[in-house]
Design a protein around this ligand. Sequence first.
Ligand SMILES: Cc1cc2nc3c(=O)[nH]c(=O)nc-3n(C[C@H](O)[C@H](O)[C@H](O)COP(=O)(O)OP(=O)(O)OC[C@H]3O[C@@H](n4cnc5c(N)ncnc54)[C@H](O)[C@@H]3O)c2cc1C
Length: 312
Amino acid sequence: MLNENILNLLKEKGKIEYPDGIHEDIILYPNEPMKNHTTFHIGGNADCFCEVKNCLTLRHVISLCKENNIPCFIIGLGSNLLVSDSGFRGIVIKLSGDFTEIRVSSDHIICGAGCSLAGLCVAARKHSLSGLEFAWGIPGSVGGATYMNAGAYGGEMKDVVFWAKFMDRDGNIHEYEKDQLDFGYRHSVFTDTDNIILEVGFELKKENPEIISYRMQELMNKRKAKQPVNHYSAGSVFKRPKEDIYAAALIEECGLKGYSVGGAEVSTKHSGFIVNDRNATAEDVKQLIDHIQKTVLEQKGIELCCEIKFVG
Ligand SMILES: Cc1cc2nc3c(=O)[nH]c(=O)nc-3n(C[C@H](O)[C@H](O)[C@H](O)COP(=O)(O)OP(=O)(O)OC[C@H]3O[C@@H](n4cnc5c(N)ncnc54)[C@H](O)[C@@H]3O)c2cc1C
């Protein structure tokens, strides 16, 4: 539990004076169930979940956390997370407001990290800009996708991102150019730090919007045919162990398709996904992950590493 004092301080620091009056640039949700903010629909309470609407407020919040030794976690759209059943002792920050803005000029887009990939894809299509079709259907935010170097069907964030602006935990703002972003398979320069991505620059190509729409629809159809998109999940749980070896194939060959622990089940549609079918707990999912890793190691001699991130 965060004490009242900290909650009041947070609230005060979120009040910013503008020419037209005082705005509340922070929204606080004390004791917020994290299952409401993850696509797994799993996770106990965070001491405080807060939506932060601009850089000034974000700086205030992270400095307050630092001064008071309060852990703070940046969440995107929670589509790659398993939050523990006991929740998160500290503050979970979600970027909203200014962080969801999209600016387009000729073949460039500058997008706030809190914007959804879906919103970005729609804006790109509207302005006849191609390159982001691969991201249509990935249910993450621009910040989360840049952090993870999200990718699908031959495309990755690294193909289209050309710079990123971020805040360090002292509140200073910096920029990385493309060659500093250190993109790799589900990895970026941000993966190993606690820097906060604020804004991302994209370089795209002019294209007929009908062709862009066609590509987006085609990829969405493939996704719907192969993935359990109507179930709660966090996408592929494991990374590909090697370029041409898929975790899903190994799991299936080990006879684990449909295997379940409590309410968590290896999807019968895509063995790389674990679905929360029957009010699974984080503990159910963890035990299932352990069982899969152990079985694949025993039967195939291959170690599966998790793509999803564990919180709390
Ligand atoms: C049905 C389904 C399909 C999926 N398909 C794909 C796919 O095809 N390809 C793929 O790559 N992924 C896929 N995923 C996984 C997921 O959508 C991606 O990893 C996505 O990029 C995560 O973004 P997010 O905003 O949800 O991040 P979150 O899950 O909220 O967070 C992931 C990590 O990013 C960090 N993070 C988030 N925002 C910021 C920020 N602003 N600054 C710093 N760090 C930040 C978090 O701290 C956390 O460590 C899928 C998931 C689901 C549920």
